[in-house]
Design a protein around this ligand. Structure first.
Ligand code: OGA
Ligand code: MN
Length: 293
């Protein structure tokens, strides 16, 4: 069980959210972090899987610089409007419903984003993502996180045994907002849709703990099973995975930075009023180890 700690030297505090995953970090300005304080944040990240750090004032360069302390960055995926990135910063993925001069400035619109892990349709998915809140609607648009260690631990034993050794295809056709990704053909056949195959139960390379690795529900496929059998088993696994007691939601404020471990969490977003503005900038940190059983 993670505990609240306050380090006398740096003023850094780590307090569990009280939900099914995550901790809040206090007492830091992410633009000015000494190596010891960064090391403490890095440890808290592995221990708590999701970190909320409020009250930050980050430019894109600050966000990129903090992200790079965790490792090399992946380029953002191509947005739904075909744009790869804004103003020469390929590391920044814009999540926004705002339309400027008839063009969406970012991805995912204002609808629900369903439970998912970022970019797990790649063979080497990012190990973590960071989302920084710039403009937030007055209500709605909360983001939920789900603890996939708990999801695995909470499976009944027969289901754990069934899951062991299976491989799952993580679909690359649609993003979590239901939009078709750039350069792929629409399909609803999970057996032939593009994507990457990963073990269904993974061992986290840093914590050594086992977690369920589902990625996203749409077009997921358990290799070697009949489609109907795969669908039924996936539905059963999903019915356990996202139980309320495994989740925690962030009620965003501008200046919030949330960092999550993509290897052992999923996330989703509530819809919000399309007439309101929401602007978030994201970075994604390259994985150092391919998901492994
Ligand atoms: C993401 C994402 C949800 C949100 O940035 O990867 O899924 O709350 N965002 O905007
Ligand atoms: Mn996401």
């Amino acid at each position: 069980m993670p505990v609240s700690v306050k380090s006398a030297s740096s003023g850094l505090g780590v307090a569990p959210t009280g939900g099914g995953v995550g901790a809040e970090i206090t007492g830091v300005d992410l633009r000015r972090l000494d190596d010891d304080t960064f090391a403490a944040i890095r440890r808290a990240f592995v221990e708590n899987s999701v970190l909320l750090i409020r009250g930050q004032q980050l430019s894109d360069d600050d966000l990129i610089a903090f992200s790079r302390r965790f490792g090399a960055l992946d380029w953002a995926p191509i947005q739904e409007n075909g744009r790869r990135f804004v103003d020469g910063k390929p590391e920044i993925y814009v999540v926004s419903n705002v339309i400027e001069k008839g063009v969406a400035i970012g991805s995912l619109g204002a609808g629900e984003a369903v439970w998912h892990t970022d970019m797990s349709y790649l063979d080497d998915p990012p190990m973590a993502s960071m989302l920084y809140a710039i403009e937030i609607p007055p209500k709605g648009g909360n983001t939920g996180f789900c603890n996939m260690y708990s999801a695995y631990a909470g499976l009944p034993d027969p289901l754990k045994r069934r899951a062991a050794g299976l491989r799952i295809k993580h679909d690359g056709t649609y993003n979590s907002g239901g939009y078709l990704r750039e350069g792929v053909a629409a399909t609803d056949d999970p057996r032939t849709s593009p994507g990457a195959v990963h073990p269904l139960v993974c061992t986290h390379p840093e914590s050594g703990r086992r977690c369920l690795y589902l990625g996203r529900r749409r077009n997921a496929y358990l290799l070697g099973l009949d489609l109907a059998e795969s669908e039924a088993l996936l539905d059963q696994l999903w019915s356990y995975a996202t139980r309320d007691e495994f989740t925690w939601y962030n009620n965003w404020r501008p200046g919030d930075l949330v960092l999550w471990d993509n290897r052992c969490t999923m996330h989703r977003r509530d819809p919000f009023d399309p007439a309101a503005r929401r602007i978030m900038h994201r970075t994604q940190i390259k994985g150092t180890a391919r998901p492994a059983a």
